[in-house]
Design a protein around this ligand. Structure first.
Ligand SMILES: Nc1ncnc2c1ncn2[C@@H]1O[C@H](COP(=O)(O)OP(=O)(O)OP(=O)(O)O)[C@@H](O)[C@H]1O
Ligand SMILES: [Mg+2]
Length: 338
């Protein structure tokens, strides 16, 4: 079978291994567990899995288990009957039912609550689900694919993930290697993202200097492909020349590869606008504050100033900074300004 991998870029042997397993597993109905650090392309891979399966003409239903509160997640997954809880004004099918005949993608499964894990296990084993507040079970024909950036074996050891569910999900493990282990793919991807972002900005494609390329290859890419893409987008906006050179690369990249950052030719100070200057990390450190307190302090000063200008009339001050009067009062109380 020819794999359709439109959208997944890379020719490294690490990725080729993944594609090899993908080709074998895609046409089956097996449960697949995709692991890999954040930004390695897990979602892209799962979509490719569905596209290359016999279920491709049926639904692909993703659900991010880490983004939905526990109480809602159960009814999202399994649906609910009218009256099952306060806001259940009508019967609603869950994602498992919507995915009937197709694939359900349980993203960030590692974030799922233990009590829900039992229900997923049951859906997997019995191939049937029960709506919240329901009295009968429904058969569903769904392929389950799950993904996580956690080490689920470790989660099992520490009791945060059910062992039985882990083995049931991990029938076919697919591990996406971090970008730093994909060698030349880094440059393939960099060039791809650079040219596509330059294109959308209507500028000539930027090239990468030899030294810049070496640095991209050595950097550890903790945010993987997502970080690389965002970084290339930034370059497509900020880089004025036709070629990306080490001067365009951020200090943290130098630190990461164990080199001293270049002294930038242009004095940063002289680039600052005469009027407004954004606070910097140094300002924060100089004040001896952490992020939250620093921001609170800035907010407090702005509120005081607004009150001053409005002669203490809270309605006006609130309007001036664009918040509700009640919110302003709450904020002032918190700061003992009231
Ligand atoms: N091999 C690749 N080729 C092209 N684009 C890629 C590749 N891998 C990832 N991407 C892009 O990088 C971004 C992150 O990928 P994706 O969302 O699939 O990662 P993820 O592993 O699910 O991340 P997270 O754990 O943070 O959810 C997406 O915009 C995706 O299109
Ligand atoms: Mg993801």
């Amino acid at each position: 079978m020819m794999l359709k991998l439109d959208g997944i870029i890379g020719g490294s042997s690490a990725l080729a291994q993944v594609f090899k397993v993908l080709a074998k597993v895609a046409p089956t109905d097996s449960t697949v567990l995709v692991t890999g650090e954040s930004g390695t392309g897990k979602e892209l891979l799962v979509r490719a899995l569905h596209r290359n399966s016999t279920r491709r003409d049926n639904a692909f239903v993703p659900i991010n288990c880490g983004a939905i509160p526990r109480e809602l997640l159960e009814s999202e997954l399994f649906g609910h009957e009218k009256g099952a809880f306060t806001h259940a004004i009508r019967t609603r099918p869950g994602r498992f039912e919507l995915a009937d005949g197709g694939t359900i993608f349980l993203d960030e499964i590692g974030e799922m609550d233990l009590s829900l894990q039992v229900k997923i296990l049951r859906a997997l084993q019995e191939k049937e689900i029960e709506r919240v507040g329901g009295t009968c079970v429904k058969k569903v024909d769904v392929r389950v694919v799950a993904a996580t950036n956690r080490d689920l074996e470790e989660e099992v050891r520490t009791g945060r993930f059910r062992e039985d569910l882990f083995y049931r999900l991990n029938v076919i493990p697919l591990h996406l290697p971090p970008l730093r282990e994909r060698g030349g793919d880094i440059l393939l991807l960099a060039q791809h993202f650079l040219s596509s972002h330059c294109k959308t900005k209507d500028r000539k494609p930027l090239t990468l200097s030899e030294r810049a390329r070496e640095m991209l290859l050595t950097y550890s890419w903790p945010g993987n492909v997502r970080e690389l893409e965002n970084f290339m987008e930034r370059l497509s906006i900020l880089c004025d020349a036709g070629e990306v050179t080490p001067e365009d690369l951020p200090d943290k990249m130098f630190h990461d590869i164990g080199e001293k950052p270049l002294r930038k030719v242009v004095e940063v100070e002289s680039l600052r606008p005469a009027g407004f200057v954004w606070p910097t990390l140094k300002d924060m450190e100089d004040k001896g504050l952490k992020l939250k307190d620093f921001i609170e302090t800035i907010e407090g000063r702005l509120l005081e100033e607004a009150l001053d200008q409005c002669d203490g009339v809270k309605n006006k001050a609130a309007e001036m900074v664009g918040i509700k009067r009640t919110t302003l009062i709450e904020k002032l109380k918190k700061r003992d300004l009231l």
